[in-house]
Design a protein around this ligand. Sequence first.
Ligand code: ATP
Ligand code: MG
Length: 411
Amino acid sequence: MKETWQEKARGKRAGKGVNMFKAFLIKYAEIGVKGKNRHLFEDALVHQIKVALKRCEGKFFVHKTQGRIFVEAEGEFDFDETVACLRQVFGISGICPVVYAEDEGFDKLAERIVEYVDKVYPDKNKTFKVNARRARKDYPKESMEINADLGEVLLNAYPEMSVDVHEPDIMLNVEIREKIYIYSEIIPGPGGMPVGTGGKAMLLLSGGIDSPVAGYMIAKRGVKIDAVYFHAPPYTSERAKQKVVDLARIVARYAGPIYLHVINFTDVQLHIYETCPHEELTIIMKRYMMRLAEKLALDTECLGLVTGESIGQVASQTLASMAVINEVCELPIYRPLIGFDKQDIVDVSEKIGTYETSIQPFEDCCTIFVAKHPVTKPNPKYIRRHEEKLGEKMDELVKKALETEELIIVE
Ligand code: ATP
Ligand code: MG
């Protein structure tokens, strides 16, 4: 297998166990974060990075200076693990591994640059540009002068290299601060907005493929999520519930800790089953899920509900059905997958690591109480009339379901 530049730079193959990178510069998209909200965005990002790095070995110092966020390792750390963690933090658009050094004069800096290029780029047949930035104006050379002088040093050291100021293969960034930071590579981050900058929403999380992806997508836009799972023992097994907890745990890697509310839905479901026409079961059940989810959402300061529905996937996901489902809630229902084909959803679930868990074959409650021919164009008048038959008994069952909720904090 070909050795990557990272392996070279870390001296892994050489068995030196040396990691030349001691820090990461975090790049983030700036759209929408200019002006007075910018520091909120940055503080949230710093916070999320700190939370994510708790999962990694090593100690890290995360700080922001002059429009830059740095992650500095204090002592030994695992490069791959750290990068993998950072790649799960929404708001990060790029991760630049940084070599930093004390300022020991220009000659020493030149030496370090030559050494850096040698380690990171074994193949010297490349064009480059030096991009110096002085955050400290007492440095004896100006940026332009640093660019020119370091360029010359590199050309002398590596005659195969050449300068291209427009589209260089290597953009060699040199930032002069208290210390001197050198970086040139950008590992892509997940993009999005830091979780917590967009309020909080309640995700209806089932054991399927779709809802974990919906949760991921809404969290990616900066929304913190709580989740609710409607459990129907003994029709759904403990293992089906465990599967939902496992899915929540995977989503939590990106979205942060998730408060998962498990609601025992069996009695509500049985009462609907015994009272209403079977072709309307799914719709009426969904309406009760929404009513319960909305109550939980209002109690926990959530500003909306989130589902994994997409148009036309099943009978309850036609526009007509979703309109009848929406009718019972005042909170907005967000459906981030609404226009996605199933394959697109599967692709995301594979990318984020929920797919393998989602396809484990445990029933979720909807698959047990489904009719052979569910309505695809429910008539809201009939639905309401049939729900009326559920009577006061239903109010009590709903109350009891809420009172007996189990809260699982998934980290
Ligand atoms: P998923 O793959 O997310 O299970 P699905 O394709 O199976 O979705 P439905 O069963 O119609 O479709 O569910 C639509 C949405 O309703 C789900 O994406 C989820 O948000 C919510 N939902 C369904 N069942 C449950 C449940 N038992 N607990 C919580 N939410 C549920
Ligand atoms: Mg499902």
